[in-house]
Design a protein around this ligand. Sequence first.
Ligand code: SF4
Length: 216
Amino acid sequence: MQGFLFEENKQNSSPEKSSASAELQLLFDRAKGCHKCTLAATRLNFVFGEGNPAANLVVIGEAPGAEEDASGRPFVGRSGQLLDKILLSAGFQREEVYICNILKCRPPGNRNPLNDEIINCMPWLLRQLQILKPKIILMLGKVAANTLLENSLSLGTMRGKLIKWNGYDCFITYHPAALLRNPNWKQGCWEDIQLMMRHYASMFDQAQHTEKREKP
Ligand code: SF4
């Protein structure tokens, strides 16, 4: 099963955002048969992403793994269950956010994405973000962050701060698969999520203040 598994969150919809669902569907229809890199030959399923087209938070990982490849859905299996718990700790149901990866097809053996795969696949992600217009992006893991930010910094250097990327407010934390291997990193992840949520709350406070000031 692929594509739009979650209905738009009605509490979080607006006329502008309501067209996002249709635009995402059009993009999915264009992208699902993509053969721009060699991963098309080895994939079981194209993994576009899923979630709320009106999401304020978009979560981005590096690429589908075996279970994602088998199901056509991002972040399923044990990593996905842990991501769901992380999102819940931030007050989000999985259905309220949008979850996707940089690559839409699984690299064999879960190796890191290659440059040509990134170059060929990034336009799909960038278009998804143009449609979604998230308030905040959460990047999961060093590979995803290095790829998007085009750097080679350590995760420790990138975590714990607001980072601007392409005009989006971004935060970076551990990939859930890394947390499964190293449970002692969960405290750091919790701190990253708290920081992100404080920023998220401040964005809405500012918006409310501006709205109040503009009222006659
Ligand atoms: S990984 Fe991206 S660029 Fe490569 S075939 Fe899949 S969708 Fe196309």
